[in-house]
Structure formats: structure tokens, C-alpha cells
Write a protein that binds this ligand. Structure first.
Ligand code: HEM
Length: 300
């Protein structure tokens, strides 16, 4: 006899729902994969404050081809999850537009758009992997303070303005063609809305971060001095704080939702939810302390 978790997973795999079902599985796996990476990434980045030497050792390991291949996969996951998330949000906004056929069609569009966006990114990152981690050619010149302080700072401001506009729009909009008006909001319904608002907000925040750090700059440029330089500009700290809080809260609540699908024993489920809540608080606090404290002792 299968346990609740295994049975739940098995039912999910054997269900024959076509492209829409594939998109559902892809969305879930990509969301969980991104969350796993985010947890590792925030923990390791917070070491710039708590233990800079540890941070320097860890980021040097990211230049290994295996990690770089994982990073190329991560870009695909973030792209897919974000685009498919927009598809979900759009149908939630206008449920009258949803039909099984449209779900299949738009899932195909999402798969195609993900591939089209991922291909050039994979080329740039694959090229860097080949040149600097296999042929061992010297890494490109480091990012200069001028670039961070002028050109890239403008990017941070543009992305933050985009995020602000989204918040303003979200605050004034009502989803679901007015149907929800009669429903009294509960914590569950508010969190349902939060998953959608934060999802839209994460498009400029997460896509911008991935584009700059993973694709345009890449792991060969990233070290303690790089983080130190970036965080001298307040705009980037605010940007990273927004990304940290929204991405972690969105991912943690998503994980709670996923756990409800697979963990059925009430006590085990309650324990799982408290564990997720505790992990979310601890990791967010670590990231926030590092963002405020900046690069620790060895550089200053
Ligand atoms: C890039 C923009 C993003 C968009 C547009 C987006 C959108 C969404 C949407 C609409 C949902 C479904 C919520 C529901 O069914 O109630 C969702 C779930 C989820 N998201 Fe995101 N998200 C984004 C980024 C992220 C990031 C950065 C993470 C990781 C930290 C993440 C992790 C998750 C998880 C774990 C779930 C639950 C998956 C499930 O229920 O199958 N998402 N997202």
C-alpha cells in the first residue's frame, strides 16, 4: 500500500491531461527547483557578512562546469515558471476566457516562448563555460565602479519603477470579472492574491536579476569585491531587498501549498507548515542582515 505522499505523486504522474498537465507539472517542478536554489543562494550570499572567506570559497566553486550547467538549467526553470505563472494569472483575472482548448494552446505558447528566450541565454552562458571553465581563458575584466554607479544603477531604477507600477496597478485592480466581490476575504484568499501579485512583481525583479547576474556578468565576475561594489549603491540594496522578500515569501507559500497536496496526516502537515514558516523567517532574516551589514570584516 502506497503512502499518502507517494500515492499523490503517482496520481499526478499518471494523469493524462495533455499539454496543460505537462505545464502544471513543469510549473511545480520549476517553482520548487527555483526555491531550492534561492535558499542555497541567500544562505551563501549572507555569508558575505557573516563569514566572507566562506563566501569567497563557495562562489569560486560555481565556476565548475557542473555548477554552470545547473545554472543554465535554472535559467530555463525561472523563465518557464514566470511565463506559465503569467498564463495562470491571466486566466484567473478573466476566467470567462478559459477553456480546455485555450489552456492547451497557451501552454504550448509558454513552452515555445521559454525555449526562444532560453536559447540565446544558454548560448551566452555556454560560451562562457567553454571559454573560462574548460579552455581556462582568463575571465573578463571586472565590473568597474563607474559601470555599477551609472549604467547598471539605471537598470536597477528602471526595474524598481516597473515593480512600483505593478504594485500600484495591483492595488487598484480587482481580478475575476468582479465575481469575488461577494466572497469575504480570509487569510487563504489573501494569500491566493499575494501569490498572483508577487508573481507579476517577480517578473521584473527575478528576470532582471537573472539577466544581469547569470547571463550578462556571469559567475566568473562574481566575488566579494563584486558584491561590495554593487551594495555601495543604495538602489541595488533596495532592489535585492524587494527580490529577497517577495521571492522567498512567494516560494515559501508555494511550498506550503504543494505540501498540502501530498502530506495528508494532520499532525505531519502541521509540522511541515511550521517548519516552512521557521525556515522562511530564518533565511529572510539572514539575507536582510547581510543586506544591511554589507560585506564583512575581511574587505573593510
Ligand atoms: C518570475 C515570476 C513568477 C511568477 C509570474 C510566478 C507565478 C506563480 C503562480 C501564478 C503560482 C500559482 C499559485 C497558485 O496556484 O495559487 C506560483 C506558484 C509557485 N511559485 Fe511562483 N512565480 C514566479 C516566481 C517564483 C519564484 C522566484 C519562485 C521561487 C522562489 C517561485 C516558486 C513557486 C512555488 C514553489 C509555487 C507553488 C507551485 C505549485 O503550487 O505547484 N515562483 N507562482
Amino acid at each position: 500500500m502506497k503512502t499518502g505522499v507517494v500515492d499523490g505523486l503517482w496520481q499526478g504522474i499518471k494523469y493524462r491531461g495533455g499539454t496543460g498537465h505537462l505545464a502544471f507539472i513543469g510549473h511545480r517542478l520549476a517553482g520548487l527547483g527555483t526555491l531550492l536554489f534561492l535558499i542555497i543562494h541567500v544562505t551563501e550570499t549572507s555569508a558575505v557578512y557573516f563569514n566572507p572567506q566562506f563566501y569567497a570559497d563557495v562562489v569560486a566553486r560555481y565556476q565548475h562546469p557542473v555548477f554552470m550547467l545547473g545554472e543554465i538549467g535554472l535559467v530555463a526553470a525561472v523563465l518557464f515558471h514566470g511565463l506559465n505563472g503569467l498564463k495562470i494569472i491571466a486566466f484567473d483575472w478573466k476566467p470567462d476566457l478559459w477553456s480546455p482548448e485555450r489552456e492547451q494552446l497557451w501552454s504550448l505558447v509558454v513552452f515555445g516562448a521559454t525555449f526562444a528566450l532560453w536559447l540565446p541565454a544558454a548560448f551566452v552562458m555556454g560560451r562562457s563555460l567553454y571559454l573560462h571553465s574548460i579552455l581556462m581563458e582568463p575571465a573578463p575584466a571586472a565590473v568597474t565602479p563607474e559601470q555599477v554607479g551609472t549604467g547598471w544603477a539605471n537598470v536597477a531604477v528602471i526595474l524598481l519603477v516597473a515593480a512600483g507600477l505593478i504594485v500600484a496597478f495591483a492595488a487598484s485592480a480587482r481580478p475575476g470579472s468582479g465575481r469575488q466581490a461577494a466572497i469575504k476575504p480570509t487569510l487563504e484568499t489573501r494569500m491566493w492574491m499575494f501569490m498572483r501579485y508577487s508573481g507579476v512583481l517577480l517578473i521584473p525583479l527575478a528576470y532582471g536579476h537573472v539577466m544581469i547576474k547569470d547571463i550578462l556578468h556571469g559567475v566568473h565576475l562574481i566575488n566579494l569585491a563584486y558584491v561590495d561594489l554593487y551594495w555601495r549603491f543604495l538602489g541595488w540594496r533596495i532592489y535585492d531587498a524587494a527580490l529577497l522578500s517577495f521571492a522567498l515569501a512567494h516560494g515559501a507559500y508555494g511550498l506550503k501549498q504543494v505540501s498540502e497536496d501530498y502530506v495528508h496526516a494532520p499532525l505531519r502537515l502541521r509540522f511541515t507548515k511550521y517548519a516552512i514558516l521557521a525556515a522562511w523567517l530564518i533565511i529572510t532574516a539572514m539575507g536582510a542582515i547581510a543586506l544591511v551589514g554589507g560585506v564583512g570584516a575581511t574587505l573593510s
